[in-house]
Write a protein that binds this ligand. Structure first.
Ligand code: SF4
Ligand code: SF4
Length: 66
């Protein structure tokens, strides 16, 4: 599933428009968030994010500290 690094997200909304599942929304904090129930892990939001704020958690992505 995709996950948003809120430290990096600038709330541009590109991922929201890109997600075919409507899984990404901008939360009250102005940052993107992924509805894990809807996310199909297609990776489109990962590609479109200009800030590299979204990662797919099932890849061996290097987990940065929270
Ligand atoms: S990985 Fe695909 S389905 Fe999941 S939030 Fe990103 S664009 Fe949407
Ligand atoms: S594309 Fe990236 S920076 Fe823009 S709202 Fe989505 S997660 Fe945030």
């Amino acid at each position: 599933m995709a996950e948003v690094d809120k430290e990096k997200c600038v709330g541009c909304g590109a991922c929201v428009q890109t997600c075919p599942e409507g899984a990404v929304t901008i939360g009250e904090d102005g940052k993107a968030k992924v509805d894990q129930e809807k996310c199909k892990n297609c990776g489109r939001c990962v590609e479109v994010c200009p800030m590299q704020a979204i990662t797919k958690t099932e890849e061996e992505a290097t987990e940065e500290n929270e």
